[in-house]
Design a protein around this ligand. Sequence first.
Ligand code: BES
Ligand code: ZN
Ligand code: ZN
Length: 527
Amino acid sequence: MKLSVISRQIQAHPADALIVPVFSGEPVPSGATGGVDTALGSPDGVPGNGAIARLISLGDYSGKLSEVAVLYSFGLIPAARVLLVGLGNPEALTTELIRQAMGAAARKSQELGCKRIATLALGAGRAGISLRDAAQATVEGALLGAYQFEEHRTGKPKSALEELVLLEANPALLDEAATGARSGEVIANAQNNARTLMNRPPNVLNPASFAAWCADMASETGLACTIMEQPQIEALRMGGVLGVARGSANRPRFIVLEHGLQTVGAGAPLVLIGKGVTFDTGGYSIKTTDGMVGMKGDMGGAAAVAGAMQAIATLNPTRAVVGLMPLVENMISQDSFRPNDVLAMMNGMTVEITSTDAEGRLILADALHFAKRYNPAGVVDIATLTGTANVAMGRNMAATLHAPDDAWAAALLAASARAGERLWRMPLWADYGERMKSDTADMKNGAGDAGAGLGVSAWFLQQFTLAENRSDPAYRWAHLDIAPMMAAKSTSGYQPAGSMGFGVRTMVALALEPALTPALSQGRGLG
Ligand code: BES
Ligand code: ZN
Ligand code: ZN
């Protein structure tokens, strides 16, 4: 979708639809909406007496969050339609609610067959929301809401929005609106790319094609990109990656994307690690039919990292950021790893396999160890790791956060709040480790205790974040389990049914906004 930001009164703008905000509890539309209302009123143009005020006074429209109503302009203004979008209570407004409301409006105008829509920075100046943040959230809501995955549908293509114009009446404020809109465009496009990678079927999106996408993206954005294939992964002795990958004819990849490592003053890098299982059958610990459908999205962590790196490269902060993506397919064959196998991991520890379906932690373990070579200021891993996270949070409610360091946990929570992506912190008690003792190896990969599944998965990962003495942390680490946010069951706000691309916005906020991450500015390692 093409985006432009121009200075003009909204009612003077020609478009298939103008999207204008209405707050609940405000019977007479004010501001730009008031201007549209007057233009849609009687020819004498009495303010506060137009079509919008009429709709509200009749009780047909209240402006509650994401409520949409369509008005036709009958030539009174150049635009064919006006879509009212509810922003709810103005005091309770947040950028996330702006995103949701704009998403609903964009989807409605798309359904109506509109190609060109125009709007304002919705909610700017309300509840302390700056013009810049409002413009960013508005554009994100529009682009995320209009997202459609149509690569494999035949027949008549669905109608799609082609142009979004953001209008700012005051020319002196145009730059601020444009800056926010531009960030929103970059971030939403990156999140939509993550959604597309996740939505692609596993016979199309495999480790090799995922890596090829990253290589293309890196050359467009200027990221340094290294794609390791089997021989290099073997040379690094990444036993977890190799073990999981063994059963598939689609050989593994290990992708490294780097931003700003050479930049003067960039400091120690932030390292982002994403689970990239392009399909998870469960292996010999095979999933049920119902449990397996949807497992094309099991590379959602890696997709979020790829998307975040794309946005970070484009928005170009001084901070150094590295993205690591182990990519495998978890299949069954003559060559597959099996329960009771023992894998020697990259850090030298041995793991007895009790479930080949607990594969994500095995590939992340090697990536977490690999990250130590960057001497990172902070590490975040993101993964569709456990069904237990779904049970704990409720599907599509929130992702879980495990982070032993309070300051680093606070940074993640601040970034997630800023991004409008819910995270909930979970405990990481050492006692979880008691359940992971093995008779034959240093540990098992699963406890066989469904209730403890989330805690033991984080405990397992933590072992690979430790320094050589196996007790002190090697770096500040946070783990996000996004299994509850893999795919949405139904459409709402800016989220269409299907993959979510969850985590892109939080990781971008973390990388871009120094104020959110005082822990990172304390320098290398644990400061
Ligand atoms: N990819 C799954 C986790 C998952 C489940 C993501 C449902 C999204 C929706 C993961 O690899 C897995 O199978 N985990 C097992 C671990 C268990 C065998 C220790 C689980 O959570 O059941
Ligand atoms: Zn699994
Ligand atoms: Zn998995």
